[in-house]
Design a protein around this ligand. Structure first.
Ligand code: SIN
Length: 282
């Protein structure tokens, strides 16, 4: 069991969501500009808890959402997803009764197929189904820490291919994007990455994008990847977040994975996502 961190933040209220991951944040209104002191506390809480759930929020105007994202770095442009009209920085998450797929239905770290995958993602939901539509998150520090020593030594030296053609081709055609308009990046990343800000090690493979461990034979790669996926998705590392209207969740793609549950069809779920560019995993 991971010890719940107790840190005093002077300018926000942070309450641990669960012993293994996440914190609910109160005392900050993201529809208004935030102070440098609040930003410093939010940044520290993000590093401490990996997933921040901002509660009791109003609808955040798109400009403010973009501005908040930019405080953490340059924004990331999604290679394939539809954006909000007039706001190319905002990826609209939207599932309706006519959707063929919903976003993020399988475990992943956002766009890990990019050479420089996103640091973090900020999602606010504006339309919720009457029930369902939860998001699961999994802690990749604890996934790494709980591997046995022999497995740690094996994976520490390995790299993996993260591909996206099998995911993005045709994916957003029901939302007006054809394959001519999208990119399908592929990148190679270490299987274990060191978080650039905390210095902690995290497993960095996921069922959506990771297709191959480069140094192993195909049979070995398939078996080791399956073992790692199952380990990363183990319930011990997970939390399940139930959204309230206008909750804003900010997750760290460098040390956690997530999965959105599409159990609410034919109901609608809609939100806006701003993603911050990260660095090359090392
Ligand atoms: C995603 O960005 O992967 C979707 C998350 C969600 O809709 O809960």
């Amino acid at each position: 069991m991971v010890a719940v961190l107790q840190r005093d933040y002077a300018h926000i209220e942070a309450r641990p969501f669960a012993p293994n991951l996440g914190a609910e944040i109160r005392g900050v209104d993201l529809s208004e500009p935030i102070s440098d002191e609040q930003f410093a506390d939010i940044h520290q809480a993000f590093l401490d808890y990996q997933v921040l759930m901002f509660k009791d929020q109003k609808e955040i105007p798109p400009e403010r959402h973009i501005e908040f994202g930019k405080r953490f770095g340059t924004l990331h442009a999604h290679p394939a997803a539809p954006t909000m009209q007039g706001y190319p920085e905002i990826f609209e998450i939207h599932a309706t009764k006519d959707s063929k797929v919903a976003n993020g239905e399988f475990w992943h770290s956002d766009v890990s197929c990019d050479e420089e995958p996103p640091l973090g993602t900020m999602l606010q939901l504006h339309i919720l189904p009457p029930c369902g539509g939860d998001t699961l998150f999994s802690n990749m520090y604890s996934a790494y820490d709980t591997l046995s020593d022999p497995l740690k030594s094996l994976v520490d030296g390995l790299s993996a291919t993260h591909a996206s053609e099998h995911i993005y081709k045709g994916r957003y055609s029901d939302r007006g994007k054809d394959d001519g308009e999208i990119d399908c990046p592929t990148a190679m990343h270490p299987v274990v990455r060191t978080h650039p800000e905390t210095g902690k090690k995290a497993l960095f493979v996921n069922r959506t994008f990771t297709t191959r461990i480069n140094e192993l034979s195909p049979t070995e790669s398939n078996s080791i990847l399956e073992l790692l996926f199952e380990h990363c998705e183990h319930i011990d590392h997970q939390i399940r977040f139930r959204w309230s209207l206008h909750d804003m969740v900010f997750w760290d793609n460098r040390c956690c994975m997530h999965r959105a549950i599409w159990d609410y069809w034919p109901e609608e779920r809609k939100g806006r996502r701003v993603t911050i560019k990260g660095d090359r995993p090392s």
